[in-house]
Design a protein around this ligand. Sequence first.
Ligand SMILES: Cc1ncc(C[n+]2csc(CCOP(=O)(O)OP(=O)(O)O)c2C)c(N)n1
Ligand SMILES: [Mg+2]
Length: 396
Amino acid sequence: MTVLEQSGAYHLAPPPAWRPRRDPDPLLPDREPLRLLGTGAELDGELLLELYGQLVRGRRFNEQATALTKQGRLAVYPSSTGQEAAEVAAALALQEQDWLFPSYRDTLAAVARGLDPVAVLSLLRGDWHSGYDPRASRVAPLSTPLATQLPHAVGLAHAARLKGDDVVALAMVGDGGTSEGDFHEALNFAAVWQAPVVFLVQNNGFAISVPLAKQTAAPSLAHKAVGYGMPGRLVDGNDAAAMHHVLTDAVERARRGEGPCLVEAVTYRLDAHTNADDATRYREASEVDAWREHDPLVLMEQELRSRGLLDDAGAQKAGEEAERMAGDMRERMHQEPELHPMDLFDHVFAHRTTQLQQQAERLRAELEAAEAEGIPAAGEQDRHGQAHTDEQGSRK
Ligand SMILES: Cc1ncc(C[n+]2csc(CCOP(=O)(O)OP(=O)(O)O)c2C)c(N)n1
Ligand SMILES: [Mg+2]
């Protein structure tokens, strides 16, 4: 007797409740990533110019932030050079009332949404807070733990829908993040609840040194959507027009109450994982060079020039505008942050543990003793060794 012949075993003709509840075909992604630039597709010239301006600023932002790590002004920077099209399109696809849930690599999306570049870098500078008010800006703090932002986005979007608020959440994650349990939980709940969420997976080829082939055996990351019961879209992540088109469509679909969608942006990280990584140890220069031929900024510039929408003067103007932003970043990031050793204990627990309480008391006693001897606390000295005090003449 075979296993299938045993009573109670799985039957090949299952009862109705077991049948697939929907036809998977409409959910399946295209076989090839969607591309619009260079195809002669009808495109809005004004939108192309706006995307171009943001791409130029984005490239410059990444360069400046990377330079700041070398100057000791930024603890770490995960550059999105090469991925600017996906970053910028994510921000522009949203309306003001919508929410963006970025990962650590998505500083550009937050800046393109209108946040102050210096505020966006606060967390990566080592500050205890995100540098901006998530509620006011509708941008969640950049998430360093992989994929944890995804269930947050689903919860927020689902809650908004229950309250009748017109809100769509767009959550960004990397190819490596799709292997996290949070990715599964978020997509499953989003589909079951038909929550207004768009999942943007930036497949940049690597999770630090781990290439996609070691990450998944799925036909594409977009195909993962089908298993949860939502559409998967495969897009050329370096084509800002295609990215904007697909993301806008997904956002509007979610807004209409038609449920979540997963968009896979096929792109490439041109820089190392962060300034602390040596990418030459795990990939060939020829691979990077091949992707440079498909640079999102060059693709957009070629399109605009071929349409007669951009000339040298226009390109120069965009460059100058980006340069002004970089100069402002440089200047403000070089200002010393005001820090105090006692801040270490704040914002960790609502109610301090006994151990932390004891440590805080010991540090306070040490600082007071030092002050009595006329030695200012480290955080109260500026670069010239002068002590700072607050209005009350002392720090808490
Ligand atoms: C939960 C969790 N596990 C591990 C890490 C360490 N980590 C930081 S970045 C990274 C790779 C992520 O790759 P991917 O999701 O493709 O994003 P990318 O860096 O390429 O944008 C890993 C494993 C982490 N931050 N969080
Ligand atoms: Mg990756």
